[in-house]
Design a protein around this ligand. Structure first.
Ligand SMILES: Cc1cc2nc3c(=O)[nH]c(=O)nc-3n(C[C@H](O)[C@H](O)[C@H](O)COP(=O)(O)O)c2cc1C
Length: 305
């Protein structure tokens, strides 16, 4: 025991450490459990769930890019009912806070999904995806409008006593305005960022490599953008921030916390090294010991300009 306190709290959501697994990169937990010990991770965020099952986009849905990847999965998921029946029992074996990510085509669908899921005790918080760039309805149509984000936050909050985190899009000119809208409607935290819109073409066939033409860019290529967005929110709005984007190691986590993140999510790295999240928890603890940090939450927003 090092004596370092890695824990933190966002509303009623208690985390043993700031490392969360990002939506869409570990399925419903089953895809990562054989590699990382889920009992040692801060929290797990499910793949985005919608009211009804979704098949997602046609392939090709994923391609590699320099320092990252483009995905256009299109929110393929089993739907809330099947999630509760078939996926929750697996997750209940573990002592890890479960955050359900919800995606929807209408405001009513966000509300309905929350109403159904909030009855399940194992679900400790909601992350509302208003920022998916890979679907025709919903997604960025919501994430690009402050008024929509306000309305979604207020209506989802009215449906549950559990913490509500709104996952923001970087594809906007002032992300802090969106964070303020979330705070004003009683949202408990924001996560930043979802993927950036990108594309890639084959120079010989002249066809787009992704069937959907555009996709979401993730991985180390987006880290500087994500850090700037977290800093912008931290400077302008008093709301807990979950930092996401291109985290590859413990140093990236520390950097996100310094610019303002209370916790972070690991996404693309899970595909490259599924053992990484558990290792990063141990490495963060070592960093704290070596640098005389007793409570990791003291790092949040400790930047010097
Ligand atoms: C293959 C893939 C699928 C994703 N699916 C979702 C999703 O269903 N819902 C969501 O909110 N974000 C989704 N994301 C976005 C990630 O949760 C994360 O915000 C983004 O990838 C940036 O973090 P990273 O650079 O660490 O991957 C997905 C990302 C990837 C790579």
């Amino acid at each position: 025991m090092s004596g370092v306190d890695l824990s933190l709290q966002i509303g009623s959501l208690k985390l043993r450490n700031p490392i969360m697994l990002a939506s869409g990169t570990v399925g419903y937990g089953n895809e990562i459990a054989e590699f990382a010990d889920l009992n040692k991770i801060g929290a797990i965020v499910t793949k985005s769930l919608s009211l009804n099952p979704r098949k997602g986009n046609a392939p090709q849905r994923i391609i590699e890019t320099p320092a990252g990847m483009l995905n256009a999965i299109g929110l393929a998921n089993v739907g809330v009912e099947q999630f509760l029946k078939e996926k929750i029992p697996f997750l209940k074996q573990y002592d890890i806070p479960l955050i359900c990510n919800i995606a929807a085509s209408t405001i009513e669908e966000y509300v309905e999904c929350t109403r159904i899921l909030t009855t399940e005790d194992a679900i400790k918080a909601f992350e509302i995806n208003v920022s998916c760039p890979n679907v025709k309805e919903g997604g960025l149509q919501f994430g690009n409008s402050c008024q929509m984000v306000s309305e979604i936050t207020a209506k989802v909050k009215a449906e549950t006593d559990k913490p509500v985190i709104i996952k923001l899009s970087p594809n906007v000119s002032s992300i802090a305005d969106f964070a303020k809208a979330v705070k004003d409607e009683g949202g408990d935290a924001v996560s930043a960022i979802n993927t950036l819109v990108g594309t890639s073409f084959n120079i010989f066939t002249k066809r787009s490599k992704l069937k959907n033409v555009t996709g979401g860019l993730s991985g180390p290529a987006i880290k500087p953008v994500a850090l700037a967005k977290v800093l912008e929110i931290k400077q302008k709005v008093d709301i807990p921030i979950i930092g996401i984007g291109g985290i590859m190691n413990w140093k990236d986590v520390v950097e996100f916390m310094i610019v303002g993140a209370s916790a972070v999510q690991i996404g693309t790295l899970n595909f490259i090294d599924p053992y990484a999240s558990e290792r990063i928890v141990a490495e963060l603890e070592k960093y704290c010991v070596e640098n005389g940090i007793n409570k990791i939450s003291d790092l949040t927003g400790s930047y010097i300009l």
